[in-house]
Design a protein around this ligand. Structure first.
Ligand code: HEC
Length: 141
């Protein structure tokens, strides 16, 4: 406990706003460190919140007047990333490539960021939806 609190205090700038979350979390069955989530929270505040809103509901001020309303990320439905209608959750690689290329025809810009930052944004996007807290049913290989 002392260690995790120390980690967040040492990187307070990276903790973004809101109460710092100093616990790892399981998303889609995988344990994600508090550090990745907090890095993502900070990057989300910088790059995404203006459209997707403070809690991911798609209600940010810059979302107005785009070809599509920014996605409500709390629903955990990703038609662009999966090429489907929400029945399956995307892989981290699919979400990363979605963030890199954006959805230009619907109003989301591309993000040319390094791999660590893209990963943090992938994890934080998942963190915003309760759907990832339920272990996914994976198709058997
Ligand atoms: C200029 C506004 C804007 C910004 C900034 C923005 N988005 Fe989006 N986002 C959108 C719009 C518009 C859509 C498309 C909604 C639709 O097609 O229904 C979208 C869709 C998405 C989707 C759903 C993709 C899918 O599979 O359907 C995700 C995930 C996403 N954005 C994450 C992010 C992340 C992470 C960032 C920050 C790095 C970000 N967005 C920044 C406007 C924005």
């Amino acid at each position: 406990m002392g260690i995790t609190i120390g980690l967040c205090a040492a990187t307070l700038a990276a903790c973004g706003e809101g109460p710092p979350r100093a616990e790892p979390v399981r998303l889609g069955g995988e344990e994600i460190s508090a550090e990745r989530i907090e890095r993502g929270r900070f990057a989300y505040g910088r790059y995404c919140r203006r459209c997707h809103g403070p809690t991911g509901r798609g209600d940010g001020p810059h979302g107005v007047g785009l070809p599509a309303r920014p996605r409500d990320l709390t629903t955990g439905v990703y038609p662009q990333a999966t090429g489907g209608h929400g029945e399956r959750l995307p892989s981290d690689a699919e979400l990363a490539s979605l963030i890199r290329r954006g959805v230009p025809e619907r109003g989301m810009p591309a993000f040319d960021l390094d791999a660590v930052e893209i990963d943090a944004l992938v994890q934080y996007s998942k963190f915003l939806s309760a759907r990832w807290r339920i272990p996914p049913r994976r198709a058997s290989p």
